[in-house]
Design a protein around this ligand. Structure first.
Ligand code: SAH
Length: 412
């Protein structure tokens, strides 16, 4: 058994059961890619069993803090079963779900989504760490055993693998079948392609936000909605399902827009209620401002501008820019659903960015809700980095709704 010896006082985060060990914390020792190593304090006390990543800045990630735990197939079966059991208790209004969410489920670098709950269901997995890669056959078998499914598609074709020194990989790992699927979430259906879609094919993490958006459309009677970074039209379909008169959707991906239009049709909405723009969001927002257009509701759900805290400065400017433009384009009383899925931007910082966007736009608004990812993308007490997705609902001040609201505010 190989050992990692930490530098003095570098054991603190492990004692708090945080699962990452940075290369700067290691005094000596190492292992092969994905190999299980014993992690010790500078004084030789056991701290954790972890897997080693020679190429990564995070040199090791913890499998277990229990010295008596053997890291073997039975260990992984138990972890997967626990993840699946937890999902049975979460409120998931969909036949698609995230089954394993990496560190939050005690399996660093393993992401698994399930599309379809019946026998025709399929699992789509990303093995993003050397540890997940090393145990891939065991994990694949355990996932199928725990779900009773027979098909697993691998989507390990992402940049995160490069950081771990692993090559991109994609294709059927177990079984095979169609890669085109449909899912049902809340009251609508959405199609996706597990082989060519982003990540595992779909952004399941925004499920409950889409539902909230539909509810707002219903309650406030949105006429003109703008969905920025629409991907395959999840928020577009939600708004139409909530009765929005018209939705303009922008994305820079042609295939995503084609599918978004198909998803509008799939739900039986008239094509003239939706407009799709293959364009850059920032440029489009500026164009709308110049043209004097206004919207009752705007969604800003951009891609990850800051993959790590090191990118936070530049990302903050990019978030601020689109939020400033978005707030200007809203009618008074209109609502903004705005998000950051950047791990490097905390909820606090995101709030400050949107506030400063408002200040620059000369716009104030009520923050009526703070949002996070759907519950099957959990954060945990031990792993705050699990909170990657954060959002705010901001209702622009002024206008009929805001005046009515202010008039009914309690006086004490
Ligand atoms: N809200 C979506 C997910 C958005 S993912 C949902 O609920 O499913 C982010 C999207 O932003 C991707 O589809 C990507 O193609 C798009 N994108 C990235 N940069 C862009 C840009 N500069 N302008 C327009 N779209 C962009």
């Amino acid at each position: 058994m190989k050992t990692l010896r930490l530098r003095p006082s570098k054991e603190r985060s492990l004692v708090r059961r945080h699962p990452w060990i940075f290369d700067s914390a290691i005094a000596k020792g190492g292992g092969d890619a994905g190999e299980t190593v014993r992690v010790e304090s500078s004084e030789g006390q056991f701290l954790a069993w972890a897997f080693y990543s020679p190429a990564s800045k995070i040199s090791a990630r913890v499998w277990s803090f229990d010295e008596t735990q053997r890291i073997d197939a039975a260990f992984f079966r138990a972890k997967i079963e626990e993840s699946v059991r937890a999902r049975a208790r979460f409120d998931i209004q969909s036949d698609a779900r995230r089954l394993v969410h990496g560190e939050s489920d005690g399996l660093p670098g393993l992401i698994v989504d399930q599309y379809g709950l019946g026998a025709d269901g399929v699992l789509v997995a990303q093995f993003l760490s050397t540890g997940a890669e090393r145990w891939k056959p065991v994990l694949a078998d355990a996932l199928l055993a725990a779900t009773g499914l027979t098909r697993l598609y691998e989507r390990s074709d992402t940049n995160a693998r490069t950081l771990e020194g692993l090559p991109p990989l994609a294709g059927w790992l177990r079984g095979d079948g169609p890669v085109e699927r449909q899912l049902q979430e809340h009251g609508w259906r959405l199609s996706l392609d597990i082989a060519t879609g982003h990540k595992t094919g779909f952004y399941l993490d925004q499920r409950d936000s889409r539902h909230k958006f539909a509810e707002h459309a219903r309650r406030l009677g949105f006429q003109r909605v703008l969905n920025c970074f629409c991907y395959t039209g999840g928020f577009t379909v939600a708004a139409l399902a909530g009765g929005a008169a018209h939705v303009t959707s922008i994305d820079s991906s042609g295939p995503a827009l084609e599918r978004a239009a198909a998803n509008v049709a799939l739900n039986g909405f008239a094509a003239d209620r939706a407009t799709f723009m293959d364009a850059d969001v920032n440029a489009s927002l500026r164009g709308f401002l110049d043209a004097g257009r206004r919207f009752d509701a705007i969604v800003l759900d951009p891609p990850k501008f800051a993959p790590t805290a090191a990118h936070a400065d530049r990302a903050a400017r990019a978030y601020k820019d689109i939020n400033r433009l978005g707030l200007k384009l809203l009618e008074p009383g209109g609502v903004l659903f705005t998000y950051s899925c950047s791990g490097g931007i905390s909820a606090d910082l995101f709030h400050k960015i949107v506030a400063s966007a408002g200040a620059d736009a000369g716009v104030d608004g009520y923050i009526t809700e703070r949002l996070g990812g759907a519950p099957d993308h959990p954060m945990t007490l031990e792993f705050p980095e699990g909170e990657y997705l954060k959002g705010l609902i901001v209702q622009k001040k002024g206008g009929a709704q805001a005046v009515e609201y202010a008039a009914t505010l309690p006086t004490c």
